[in-house]
Design a protein around this ligand. Structure first.
Ligand code: FO1
Length: 314
């Protein structure tokens, strides 16, 4: 495979494929676009969970059990916070805290999120480019039976238990697409855009809805290949299946196909969903089945290899 690849990713699930791609593609050939709709202010700190998950994963620092946070973390800050009666529903490890402090300080000094992300990648040793979708604030809010909730409040504090009836992205009307993304997508050497197996509604949609992202993707002419985050009616990670059910959408690969139809040229589904292949054949994109469950590094590299192999089909 020759040429450059742009990958769209949320946190843990998407970062697994991003890591696989990073093992095959040179740093100058892979740009990963991170969702920032999950960002929030907590204890006076600016937290960018998906950016950090991507950095830690690519820098081989991530906690392998959680997927987020740092391996061999210590929790003195949380213990002190608890003892002082502070808010402890969001776990901030001592090492991870350094990232949030550095980012918050730099943002207050007027540094852009893109520059800070570049700096953090360099400090931690993530060699591939990670770009926030925008330097402007976009915040995902979930409409629930308990009222509107900020994404992390829904996801972590309420453990995705409230029933959702809609999703909105505040700040999206005025948020500008990160200009470096336009550069990556209009690069004449671009050979594919990969949509990682992240939650389509709260991780990929914010990226696609930022500025003219969708139009740029269309105009690039590069094949768009999505990997389904739903396997056997279940989400690989997180609340995607529960959200789809509550939003009245089919909780299977057809729901993912409906969502991405009109944008993608290929959908990779899991081999366990092979029975859906025939049904998907009437869609205006090609469907391929392989193992999409990335339990170990070999699985991540294998899925990345299968994804990149499709590029020659277009
Ligand atoms: N996820 C949790 O389920 N519980 C946590 O306490 C938590 C803390 C946390 C701290 C820093 C960070 O970068 C991520 C963290 N996450 C936590 C993960 C994160 O909030 C979600 O996985 C993503 O927002 C969904 O993509």
């Amino acid at each position: 495979m020759s040429g450059k690849v742009v990958a769209l990713s949320g946190g843990v699930g998407g970062a697994k494929l991003a890591l696989g791609l990073s093992k095959i593609l040179a740093p100058e050939d892979l740009t990963i676009i991170a969702n920032t709709g999950d960002d929030f202010e907590h204890l006076g700190l600016h937290i960018s969970p998906d950016i950090d998950t991507l950095i830690y994963t690519l820098a081989d620092m991530a906690n392998p059990e959680q997927g987020w946070g740092i391996r061999n973390e210590t929790w003195n800050f949380m213990a002190g916070l608890k003892a002082a009666g502070g808010e402890t529903w969001f776990q901030l490890g001592d090492k991870d805290l350094v990232t949030h402090v550095l980012r918050t300080k730099a943002l207050r000094e007027g540094t852009s999120l893109t520059e800070i992300t570049r700096d953090l990648c360099a400090r931690y040793g993530a060699r591939h480019k990670i770009l926030p979708m925008s330097d402007d604030p976009v915040r995902t809010r979930v409409k629930t039976n308990e009222g509107p909730l900020e994404f992390q409040h829904y996801f972590v504090r309420e453990r995705c238990l409230p029933e959702i009836s809609g999703i909105e992205f505040t700040g999206m009307d005025t948020a500008r697409l990160n200009p470096a993304i336009e550069t990556a997508i209009t690069d004449p050497d671009l050979s594919a855009i990969v949509i990682c197996p992240s939650n389509p509604f709260v991780s990929v949609d914010p990226i696609l809805k930022t500025g003219n992202m969708r139009a740029l993707i269309k105009a690039s002419g590069a094949p768009v290949i999505a990997v389904s985050p739903i396997v056997g009616g279940q989400a690989l990670k997180g609340p995607a299946a529960k959200m789809m059910r509550e939003l009245g959408l089919p909780t299977n690969v057809n729901g993912i196909a409906d969502h991405y139809e009109g944008l993608i040229d290929a959908l990779i589904i899991d081999q366990r969903d092979h029975a859906c292949m025939q049904e998907l054949q009437s869609r205006p994109f090609r469907t391929f089945a392989t193992n999409t469950i990335m339990a170990c590094l070999e699985d991540k590299v294998a899925l990345a290899t299968d994804t990149l192999a499709l590029i020659t089909n277009f």
